[in-house]
Design a protein around this ligand. Structure first.
Ligand code: NAP
Length: 454
């Protein structure tokens, strides 16, 4: 998000409005005079007295350049910043300049003349400064914000301006390695396009170990949000300012929102999967769930299933210790979770299939380009006819598992709907409000099918 730069005469309300608007919109706030004071270790009055105005103006110009290198900030400038064309050029490259236009008589009624170094000569001096600068304030700003009504009304106008600026050309990305195969842009762009003007969504290859460079880039370039795929979902966590409860429980993040330089992490894999099931009329609450595989996807699904009130979750993996570790990980964090762990062999798969309402393949068996095949699909015959068989794989559309399950008259679901729903939920975090998930699903799926062979 571009910077929002507030200009105006001293006492026009730039600092209080800027601070409140930044808080309301999740942006960072910078008071330019306070920034200079912190750097110099003395007040603006002291700077004027000790070094004179010229030196102060130099420092102001340097500060303009410095602040213009970052994005996502509401900047309350000093009253004289517009005096130097160089300042305006630097600041306007980084964002929108808004002139906070407060009538002189209101400023005179509010301002503490004694604390302003330029007003030593009294109120007449302020009138003189106003007349000298008013033209410059007006011509250097893209937007003029009248501040003659109550502070709440002006603040609400400013917040609306920021919200509408935020809808313009936001930048999103998906990072991973490899990344070229990712379908994320085809899914996210049609959805984001409904809520933003001209959004971008790039695929960016970021290798393991490059996250520090990446998060710096996100903050400096004002990238509004990003999704993560292998190998970053766990490694990103120490770089974030906050993660939500589900991401903390799962120990994994697939969506990051940049709120004014603060990075907020979420996981939407588990929610996406169960949203796709709900779409097919299948409830997680009260269900007995069998998960084959105990990797990242199985972990996200297990956490969400527990949060959504599943009756029991059985995790089977080819290496028994992996299922046991996952069970231990979840029950340590959610002690009342009903979880069983076992080895994924013919006997166990058949036995647990008998009492399952939802059976999920969370292994890559059957995926395009993967050699592994099912040794035995006899367990499908044990699954109750009311149950649903899910494969997280979406390439090919119909895996052997799904084909066989359909053949036996069972309800099925491949991984494509989960892929789309987890993206819709990520977009809800970007947009900041819930969306019409059914409509967005249709839109994204249509685009995905048009752009790819899925
Ligand atoms: P992962 O972390 O690598 O876990 C894979 C799990 O499958 C591990 O338990 C692994 O055991 C097991 N496994 C691998 N090969 C196996 C085989 N031949 N026989 C039995 N078990 C085997 O991967 P993941 O991220 O959880 O992904 C799992 C699957 O879900 C993949 O197919 C992925 O594409 C799919 N997925 C889909 C979506 C979606 O949106 N639709 C999202 C995420 C994942 P070992 O550790 O012993 O190898």
């Amino acid at each position: 998000m571009k910077n929002i730069i507030l200009t105006g005469l001293m006492g026009s309300g730039k600092s209080s409005l800027g601070k409140a608007a930044a808080k309301a919109t999740g942006m960072a706030f910078v008071d330019m005079d306070a920034f200079i004071e912190r750097g110099a270790g003395m007040s603006v009055s002291e700077l004027f007295e000790k070094f004179g105005e010229e030196r102060f103006r130099d420092m102001e110009t340097k500060t303009c350049y410095m602040l213009a290198q970052k994005q996502g900030q509401v900047i309350a400038t000093g009253g004289g910043v517009i005096l130097n064309e160089e300042n305006i050029t630097a600041l306007s490259r980084s964002g929108i300049i808004i002139f906070v236009d407060r009538p002189l008589e209101k400023i005179l009624a509010d301002v503490d003349i004694a604390s302003r170094p330029l007003l030593k000569e009294g109120a007449d001096k302020l009138k003189k400064i106003y007349n000298e600068r008013i033209d410059r304030y007006q011509t250097s700003a893209q937007i003029i914000l009248e501040n003659s009504c109550s502070e709440e009304e002006t603040l609400s106008k400013l917040v609306n301006i920021i919200q509408s600026e935020r809808r313009k050309e936001p930048k999103f990305a998906v990072i991973g390695d490899p990344i070229s195969h990712s379908l994320s842009p085809e899914i996210h762009l049609p959805i984001l396009g409904q809520y933003f003007d001209n959004p971008s969504y790039e695929k960016i290859q970021i290798k393991k170990g490059e996250l520090l460079y990446w998060v710096r880039k996100v903050r400096d370039e004002g990238i509004d949000g990003f999704n993560l795929t292998m190998p970053h979902k766990v490694d990103i966590i120490p770089f974030l300012d906050q993660i939500d409860d589900e991401a903390r429980l799962a120990g994994s993040v697939n969506t990051v929102v940049n709120g004014g330089g603060k990075l907020y992490g979420y996981t939407t894999d588990g929610q996406g999967f169960f949203a796709s099931l709900l779409d097919a009329g299948v409830e997680c609450k009260g269900a007995n769930i069998l998960i084959l595989g105990a990797g990242g996807a199985a972990s996200a699904l297990t956490i969400r299933a527990v949060l959504d009130g599943a009756k029991s979750i059985t995790i089977l993996s080819r290496r028994l210790e992996q299922a046991e570790t996952l069970k231990e990980y979840v029950t340590k964090r959610i002690p009342n979770a009903e979880i069983l762990a076992g080895k994924m062999d013919t006997a166990a798969t058949s036995r647990f299939s008998e009492r399952s309402d939802i059976v999920i393949n969370a292994t890559p068996i059957g995926m395009e380009g993967v050699q592994a095949t099912w040794n035995d699909l006899q367990f499908l015959k044990k699954i109750p006819k009311t149950a649903v068989v899910c494969d997280l794989i979406y390439k090919p559309k119909k895996t052997k598992l799904i084909e066989e399950a359909e053949h036996l008259g069972l309800k099925t679901k491949n991984g494509l709907d989960m892929l789309i729903y987890q993206a819709i939920i990520a977009d809800e975090y970007y947009i900041g409000t819930p969306v019409d998930r059914v409509a967005m699903f249709e839109l994204a799926k249509k685009n995905l099918c048009k752009e790819t062979q899925l």
